[in-house]
Design a protein around this ligand. Sequence first.
Ligand code: RP5
Length: 192
Amino acid sequence: MHRGPGSSDFYRMPNNANTSNPVSAASRPTVSVLMGSDSDLPKIKACLETLGELGIPFEAEVISAHRTPDRAHDFAKGAEARGIQVIIAAAGGAAHLAGVVASLTTLPVIGVPISSSALNGIDSLYAIVQMPPGVPVATVGVDASKNAAILAAQILATADPGLRSKLKAYKTRMAEAVREKSGKLKEGLGLK
Ligand code: RP5
């Protein structure tokens, strides 16, 4: 059965995704995370966890451009009206999900190529990144779902000073971690 764009089927939180998402299920999702199959979930967990850590309410769905084309269409057509501001779409192989969704909405779409086929993600990367002029998909690296979450946060942060501060703190922590690693490396090599 295919469901219409107003269907609550598109509001499910990933309560079985084993993430540390502290966002209440009652929060209205602003980011939608799509994956072509539930077999993509292990590669998407970092994305869900990062959105959760940043306090961004999200929803997660399995939608396939090829196996459930009507559902992909209904999702894309209804996302904006439901308050979604950024869509993340992950798929492997002939990975057309992000492109199909991007063709049906003006919301920003971030594509995550998944390494699930014999071609190890090169196929997914090319399928997602090589969009025709006029229909962009912001493509992150193969399996780089964490970056998709951070990019989604950066897009939302252009209109959300609180989120911008969280991202600045995140970058500061990241830089500190690198400095610490550099210190340990030098120590290990007897250079200080
Ligand atoms: C793609 O095919 C999915 O995104 C997944 O990466 C791959 C395999 O899907 P399953 O056969 O495991 O459902 O559409």
